[in-house]
Design a protein around this ligand. Structure first.
Ligand SMILES: [Zn+2]
Length: 69
């Protein structure tokens, strides 16, 4: 999977900003170790989404979403 497969609009409900961050996460209760979900976030919402997942003890990785020229 390449970066181009990711929707670049912020995953926060109602936000249409373009994303600069990606959050790869999973729910251990419904996802096996190989399953990953990806959210993307704008600068404003990356902390909100990360906190949302962290509060549920979901494993997550936050990384920058590279912009393809
Ligand atoms: Zn946003």
């Amino acid at each position: 999977m390449t970066e181009d497969d990711v929707d670049r609009t912020c995953s926060r409900a109602g936000c249409r900003a373009s994303a600069n961050w990606r959050i790869d996460w999973r729910n251990p209760k419904i996802h096996g170790p190989e399953r990953r979900k990806t959210w993307v976030a704008c600068d404003e919402h990356v902390d909100y989404l990360r906190s949302f997942l962290a509060a549920r003890d979901f494993p997550l990785d936050v990384s920058t979403l590279e912009v393809v020229p």
